[in-house]
Design a protein around this ligand. Sequence first.
Ligand code: FE2
Ligand code: FE2
Length: 308
Amino acid sequence: MSTTQSTHAIGTLKRLKILCISEIGWFDDATLMADVKAAGGMGVSQYQLSWPPLGDLHNDNAAGSSALIEAEGLDGKVHPILFDTGWNPAWMDRRFAEEGIDQRLQRGEIEALIISHEHFDHFWGIGSTLKHCPSLPVYIPEGFHDEGLEFIKQAGHTGPVVTVHPDQPIELFPGCAVAHFRMNTLLRVQGENVLYFNLADKGLAMVTGCGHGGVVNLLEYGQATFGKPIHAVYGGLHISPFGEWDAEHEKIIERLEDFHIARLGCNHCTGVKAVQHMMAVGLPVVRGTARHGSKTDLYLGNGDVLEV
Ligand SMILES: [Fe+2]
Ligand SMILES: [Fe+2]
C-alpha cells in the first residue's frame, strides 16, 4: 500500500520517437579546454567565458545538444517537444533547417522547450528556437542564474518560463513528466531536468541532457517515483566524457545491467569508452550512422532516430 501511495501516476503513452538533432556539444575537446582554462578553469561561472551568450562573440568550436521528442498518446494525439536548444546559433540554425524543425516551430506544432540544464551547449542556442516561435513555453530547472533568465528575455521570449523544482515533477501531458535533480557541476551550473515517459506494456523511457546527477540515481528515481521499470534511455549519461576510466566507471556499467534496459540510446557526454564497455557486457546500445558531424556510429548521432 505504501508503495502505491508514494508512486506518481502520470498516465500512459503508446510510443515515443526521439530525433537527435545534435548531440555534439563542441567539435574539438582540446580547443574547449583551452578556452575554459583561459577563463580561469572549470570553477568559474560559464558566463565569464570568452563567448558569453549576451555578447556578439562567435565560437567556431561550438555546436550544441538538442532533440525533438514526439510522444503519441493512447488516443493517437502526438505531442512534439524540443529537449534542449544547443549552443552555436549558426550550427543550430543549420541542423534545425536540415531536420525541418524551424518550420515546425513556425507552424506552432512544437508544444514546449524543455531545458535540461544551464550548460552553454544545451541552452545558449535558445535564440535559434525562439526566433521561430517566441511564445514557446520554456521549462528550466531550479538553480538558473540571473544571466540565464536575462538571456531568455533578450532572445525575445514572450511565453511562460516554468521552473521545475526538486521533488515536484511536472506532468507535461499524460504519460510525460519532467523532474528536477539537485546537482552542482562544472562552470557553476546547478539543477538538471530529466524527462520520464510511461510507455504502455513497456515501462519508462528516460531522456537526459547530460545526466550530471548520475545515471544510476536518475534511473532509480524514475523507477521509485513512477513505479515502473526502465524500458529505454536516451541522451547524455556523463560517464566518461573525456575518456577517463577506472573502477568507479566499471561499477556504473555493472549497475546499468541491473535495470534490464531494452534500448540504450546514449550519446553526447556518455563517452566512447563508456559505450564500448556497455557493448562489451551486452547492454543494448542503439547504434547510429555517424552523420552530420557525429564522429562515431557506436551510438545515436545527429539525424538518427530512436523509436520505442
Ligand atoms: Fe552537455
Ligand atoms: Fe552538462
